[in-house]
Design a protein around this ligand. Structure first.
Ligand SMILES: Cc1cc2nc3c(=O)[nH]c(=O)nc-3n(C[C@H](O)[C@H](O)[C@H](O)COP(=O)(O)OP(=O)(O)OC[C@H]3O[C@@H](n4cnc5c(N)ncnc54)[C@H](O)[C@@H]3O)c2cc1C
Length: 217
C-alpha cells in the first residue's frame, strides 16, 4: 500500500469548471498557505495545489479550476468519492510569520481566481486575523464560497459582470485606494496580476519586505 495515496471523500462543484476536492487527511500537518503536489493515483503527472481547508479541519481540501487542455486538472475534475489520489507535501513558504501577527497588524490578501485558496485556509485557521481579501474574478459566480469570509472584509473585484463590491480589476481597485504602510500584503494567482499589483503597492508606500507572493502560472 502506498502511504502517499489518499481517498477522495467529497467533490463540491462551485461552477461548471471549479470544484473543491475533499481528501482523506491522514494526520498531515501543514501551515496555512502551504500547498501539496497532487495527481491521480498511479499517474506520473502531478501539479501544485494550495491547501484550501483549515489546520483544524478533518479533511484536506483543495480548490481546483479545470484548465482548458490542462493535463492534470482535467483528470482531477473526473474524480469521485472513493477514488484515490497521490499527495506529496505539505510544501512551500507562502505562510504568515508569527511575528507579523502581533499588534493587530493589517493583512491584505490579493487573489486572482483560485488564488483565493491559501487565504481561505489562513482565514479559517488563524483566529482574530485583521484581514481584507481583494478577490479578482471575471464573473460573479467565481467569488468562490465568499460566505466563508467576514462580509465587511471580503471585496470582490469583478471585471466582466457589473455587480460585486467593485467593478474592475484588483489593480484598478489598488490604484483608487490608499493603504496603511504597516500592511502585510500577500498576493496569489497569475503572474501579471501579481507583478502589476506589487508595483502599485510599492508606489503607494508599502515596503518591499511587506510584499509576499505565490505565482500559480
Ligand atoms: C504553488 C502553486 C499552487 C497552486 N495552487 C492551485 C490551486 O489551489 N488551484 C488551482 O486550480 N491551481 C493551482 N495551481 C496551478 C496548478 O498547479 C496547475 O498549473 C493547473 O491546475 C493547470 O494544470 P494542468 O496540468 O491542468 O494544465 P497544464 O497542462 O500544466 O497547462 C495548461 C496551461 O494552463 C495554464 N494555467 C495553469 N493554471 C491556470 C489557471 N488557473 N487558469 C488559466 N490557465 C492556467 C498554464 O500556464 C498552461 O499554459 C498552483 C500552482 C502553483 C505553482
Amino acid at each position: 500500500m502506498n502511504n502517499n495515496y489518499h481517498k477522495v471523500l467529497s467533490v463540491r462543484e462551485l461552477t461548471e469548471s471549479t470544484f473543491v476536492l475533499g481528501i482523506e487527511r491522514k494526520n498531515m500537518v501543514f501551515e496555512p498557505g502551504q500547498h501539496i503536489l497532487l495527481g491521480k493515483a498511479e499517474d506520473i503527472h502531478h501539479r501544485e495545489y494550495s491547501i484550501y481547508s483549515g489546520v483544524d479541519d478533518e479533511m484536506l481540501e483543495v480548490l481546483v479550476k479545470e484548465v482548458d487542455d490542462g493535463l492534470v486538472s482535467k483528470k482531477l475534475k473526473k474524480l469521485a468519492p472513493g477514488d484515490e489520489v497521490e499527495i506529496q507535501g505539505p510544501l512551500g513558504f507562502f505562510t504568515i510569520d508569527e511575528e507579523f501577527l502581533s499588534n493587530n497588524n493589517p493583512f491584505l490578501f490579493i487573489a486572482s481566481g483560485t488564488g483565493i485558496s491559501p487565504f481561505h485556509s489562513m482565514v479559517r485557521s488563524i483566529k482574530g486575523l485583521n484581514y481584507t481579501v481583494l478577490h479578482g474574478v471575471r464573473y460573479n459566480e467565481e467569488t468562490y464560497e465568499k460566505k466563508d469570509y467576514d462580509a465587511e472584509r471580503y471585496i470582490s473585484c469583478i471585471s466582466r459582470d457589473e455587480i460585486g463590491n467593485f467593478h474592475g480589476r484588483v489593480t484598478d481597485y489598488i490604484r483608487q485606494h490608499t493603504f496603511d504602510p504597516k500592511t502585510h500584503c500577500y498576493l496569489c494567482g497569475n503572474f501579471e496580476m501579481i507583478r502589476d499589483a506589487m508595483d502599485l503597492l510599492e508606489a503607494k508606500g508599502i515596503p518591499q519586505d511587506h510584499l509576499h507572493a505565490e505565482v500559480y502560472f
